[in-house]
Design a protein around this ligand. Structure first.
Ligand SMILES: *Cc1c(COP(=O)(O)O)cnc(C)c1O
Length: 346
């Protein structure tokens, strides 16, 4: 890996971050707080939250087997994705490489930041090769985006190829594990010690059932996390979100139970979906959704919308012609989908 200083935009490396009142005094011992121009009334919402969310990070660290200093918390994973561009990619000069098809935010953030986005098509099994990614890169490639399990294809990417890329690429490799709780394969968090160029993204939005609170996690070396902390908005995670996330980490068993029942439902739903007249193929998945090729994705999507059932039409996505992406719901929700499609006139 290149030195972090070499990868970081020079203006960001040199940046002196905004210092908030809560940065300058963060102890709890004081009893009179007259430093932040807050209103003394309306506790507890009158006080600015902890800018580095230490209490929450100390709860997440043992669950993920990392140090609190290896965690960045963002307003969704989307904030971490955007900050990776802002920290490392010089607009109009640097570029990133990503698999295709994949999660749409990598490209949107590239466009917002005026960074060239190069994509490398997955093969017919939705797999990639480290060689292909490296062939698309040059001396100005700062980041590579991998998503495993991948959205919208649902499958885990080949672990050997990810490890090979981590060994051989001089820049940073981002492995987005938004769906890894639903997969049998181990998380890449265990590789953080061996690979200083690895950034793992996870989120409270999927298995944790907390999409509304907007909380994403990036895991990396303490030095890299320090750079993200330096450029984020000072109070990016509000107090209500921090409090709710702390409550969730205390009911970690609940998440495991949700995952177990969703995996059972996933197996049942995929099996029944495959029997439908309109279904041509159900792709294997490691996530809480699956991709299915149907005879006419647009028609079936509209037919379902008329019946109040919404799936995602992915027909215009590379390699996904006539594919619907179906999220696994509760048993009654999945039955409603199956019953509607059994009545679909073929
Ligand atoms: C849903 C999803 C996320 C989560 O984004 P948040 O901003 O944390 O809600 C991240 N990556 C992928 C690939 C996703 O599908």
């Amino acid at each position: 890996m290149k030195k972090l200083e070499e990868l970081t935009r020079p203006n960001i490396w040199a940046l002196k971050p905004y210092s908030s009142a809560r940065d300058e005094y963060s102890g709890k011992e004081a009893s009179v707080f007259l430093d932040a121009n807050e209103n003394p009334y309306n506790a507890p919402n009158n006080r600015y939250p902890d800018p580095l969310q230490w209490e929450l990070k100390r709860k997440i660290a043992p669950v993920k087997h990392v140090l609190p200093e290896q965690i960045f918390l963002g307003n969704g994973s989307d904030e971490a994705i955007d900050l990776m561009y802002r920290a490392f990619c010089r607009p109009g000069r640097d570029n990133v490489v990503a698999i295709e098809p994949t999660y749409g935010m990598y490209k949107v953030c590239a466009d917002v930041n005026d960074v060239e986005y190069r994509n490398v098509r997955l093969d017919a099994n939705f797999q990639f090769k480290a060689d292909g990614m490296l062939a698309a890169a040059d001396g100005n490639t700062k980041l590579m985006f991998l998503c495993s399990p991948n959205n919208p294809t649902g499958n885990n990417l080949d672990r050997k190829e990810i490890l090979s890329l981590l060994e051989r690429f001089e820049g940073l490799v981002i492995v987005d594990e938004a769906y890894s709780d639903f997969s049998d394969e181990p998380s890449f968090l265990t590789e953080l010690e061996r690979h200083p160029n690895l950034v793992v993204l996870q989120t409270f939005s999927k298995a944790w059932g907390c999409a509304a609170i907007r909380l994403g996690m990036a895991f990396a070396s303490p030095d890299l996390i320090g750079i993200l902390n330096k450029i984020k908005y000072p109070y990016n995670i509000n107090r209500l979100t921090q409090q709710e996330a702390i409550r969730m980490t205390e009911q970690h068993y609940q998440v495991k139970q949700w995952v177990r029942s969703l995996l059972e439902e996933r197996a049942r739903l995929m099996k029944e979906f495959g029997k439908l007249d309109c279904c041509r193929h159900v792709y294997p998945t490691d996530a809480n959704f699956f991709l299915a090729e149907v005879d006419d994705a647009k028609k079936i999507y509209d037919y379902l919308v008329d019946r109040g059932i919404i799936v995602r039409n992915r027909t215009n996505v590379t390699l996904c012609h006539n594919c619907l992406r179906v999220t696994v719901g509760t048993r009654p929700e999945n039955d409603a989908l199956l019953e509607a499609l059994e009545k679909y006139p073929s």
